[in-house]
Write a protein that binds this ligand. Structure first.
Ligand code: NDP
Length: 332
């Protein structure tokens, strides 16, 4: 297994990724926190042998890969430093706040010859894969529309920088719409062209920070996809649907971190539930990344996928700001 350094003493690492690394045969060697005391406590609580305040100390610790999950403003500098040290990078989404920064990150990893992945977990969901397979297998005929229901309630322990700190990369669009973007591209196998969106401040987000959004994306084939994301809806259910000329494939409760949810296919013959074999999404992410490091295949979502999901989210924000359709321009 790979030897990993964790950059950021974070909730996502504690709740999912440290366990996923271990379950994939990897070893968590050290954690970096900007606060020495917090870092020490985090290492102790999570059974990590070392903690440090210094990224260069972490990178010097005989590790193969870093998992970067700091706030979004920090991903860029940390990725560039890891690449320079010849260390593979699995980075959280959004890769950065600006597209040009994400491009620099991907280019730096390429130049250094290290693998770069973006931790878009939903492509690894058995539900989402079943929807993709149904669409690709022609089960719904020509796909015409998609609908993404990803309005959730931000739990109290996460009501920090995401709703308060614009400099850290706050707001529901950079937090959740990026996942919709990646999932839509993955399921549909095509690229978005333009988007129109309206954002909302429904009472949770701080000054100027959106906590809800609805929008419509136009894809190359003419397919239209609507998305609805929020931090503020405690009682909404998530879902992902694709509607085609010959059928509809409908996932419910499937935009989740946990491997839950159902998928049904409806067509002229009636309705049937698709078989889902639930697997831990984050274990799949780490496993694909580790295989890519060993020269087998690609990370589940690559650095380029991270650029493309950001491009759609940034276009949605631009549309909301200007009141006009915005082009999705990843620059790839
Ligand atoms: P957290 O809010 O848990 O951590 C972010 C930073 O805040 C940490 O790096 C840490 O700084 C600091 N911090 C954390 N807890 C405390 C505390 N109690 N007191 C003071 N500072 C604290 O972030 P998340 O885990 O929610 O998100 C991290 C990244 O992961 C983001 O980029 C996010 O978009 C992404 N994410 C991805 C998910 C996915 O499924 N792909 C799911 C959730 C998040 P330091 O490290 O310096 O100690």
């Amino acid at each position: 297994g790979l030897r990993w350094g964790i950059v950021g003493a974070t909730t996502i690492a504690r709740e999912w990724m440290i366990g996923a690394i271990r379950e994939s045969g990897g070893e968590v060697v050290s954690v970096m926190s900007s606060n020495a005391e917090r870092g020490k406590a985090y290492a102790r609580e999570n059974g990590i042998p070392h903690s440090t305040k210094s990224l260069s100390t972490l990178l010097g610790k005989d590790i193969d890969a870093v998992y970067i999950a700091t706030t979004n403003d920090k991903h860029k500098a940390q990725t560039l430093a890891a690449a320079k040290a010849g260390i593979h990078v699995l980075c959280e989404k959004p890769l950065a706040l600006k597209l040009s920064d994400a491009h620099q990150m991907v280019a730096a990893c390429k130049t250094a010859g290290v693998v770069m992945g973006t931790n878009h977990h939903l492509r690894n969901a058995a539900t989402i894969r079943a929807i993709r397979d149904a669409v690709a297998g022609g089960k719904i005929g020509k796909p015409l529309f998609a609908r993404v229901f990803h309005a959730v309630h931000l739990p109290p322990h996460l009501q920090g920088w995401r709703i308060k700190d614009a400099k850290a990369g706050s707001g529901v669009v950079m937090d959740i719409t990026v996942h919709d973007a990646d999932t839509l591209r993955f399921v549909l196998g095509e690229e978005p062209v333009s988007v129109t969106a309206y954002t909302q401040q429904g009472g949770m987000g701080g000054s100027g920070i959106e906590d809800g959004v609805m929008g419509v994306v136009r894809f190359k084939s003419g397919l239209l996809a609507q998305f609805h994301d929020a931090f503020t809806t405690e009682y909404a259910a998530t879902g992902f649907e694709v509607h085609g000329s010959e059928g509809s494939v409908i996932g419910t409760n499937c935009m989740k971190q946990r491997p839950v949810g159902d998928v049904v296919l409806r067509d002229a013959t009636g309705e049937r539930k698709l078989e889902i074999k639930p697997e831990n999404l984050y274990v799949s992410s780490v496993t694909a990344f580790q295989n890519a490091v060993r020269g087998k295949g690609q990370p589940a979502a690559t650095g380029e996928d991270g650029i493309r999901s950001m491009a759609l989210a940034l276009a949605a924000l631009k549309s909301a700001r200007t009141g006009r359709e915005a082009l999705v321009e990843p620059g790839l």
